[in-house]
Design a protein around this ligand. Structure first.
Ligand code: CA2
Length: 148
């Protein structure tokens, strides 16, 4: 079973700036943690990032062919993108919405998610540790034990 971990705009800058909000880990560190978690869970993982809304839509469409589910940190597109919401609905893939920060403890415009209603669940506020948690949640949702 393969899972996609998909990251949206500006997350390529992680570790560089705003560590007080997003932590000190780089996206490469997060990818390494996801690969370690996936091995422990007995699943394969594909890891991707794009700053472009259409490329994220394309990645969701492509995932339909060979992935069982998606961990999606859509970044700021979370709060604005009807296209991403429609792509999640169209693919029918189970998606766990993920955020490093607790978006509900931040500006009001971050409180609304366009994709939460079409996701199986949301993890927010646990920093980089949220990624392995989201993979575990997805495997459990898909009926796996969460153990190899
Ligand atoms: O908390 C999250 O994971 C977010 O998805 C991050 C997005 C933000 O727009 C969402 O509301 C919540 C922003 C990612 C920006 O990443 C940066 C990384 C380093 C320096 C500055 C921004």
């Amino acid at each position: 079973m393969k899972l996609l971990v998909l990251n949206g705009p500006n997350l390529n800058l992680l570790g560089d700036r705003e560590p007080g909000i997003y932590g000190h880990e780089s996206l490469a560190d997060i990818e390494a943690a996801c690969r370690e978690a996936a091995t422990a869970l007995g699943v394969d993982v594909e890891f991707a990032q794009s700053n472009h809304e259409g490329a994220l839509v394309d990645a969701l469409h492509a995932a339909r062919k060979d992935c069982a589910g998606v961990v999606l940190n859509a970044g700021a597109y979370t709060h604005s993108s009807i296209a991403l919401r429609d792509a999640i609905s169209a693919t029918g893939l189970p998606v766990v919405e993920l955020h490093l920060s607790n978006t509900h403890a931040r500006e009001r415009f971050r409180h609304h998610s366009m994709i939460a209603a079409v996701s199986v669940g949301v993890i927010a506020g646990f920093g980089a540790a949220g990624y392995p948690l989201a993979l575990q949640a997805l495997v459990t949702h898909l009926g796996g034990s969460g153990k190899p």
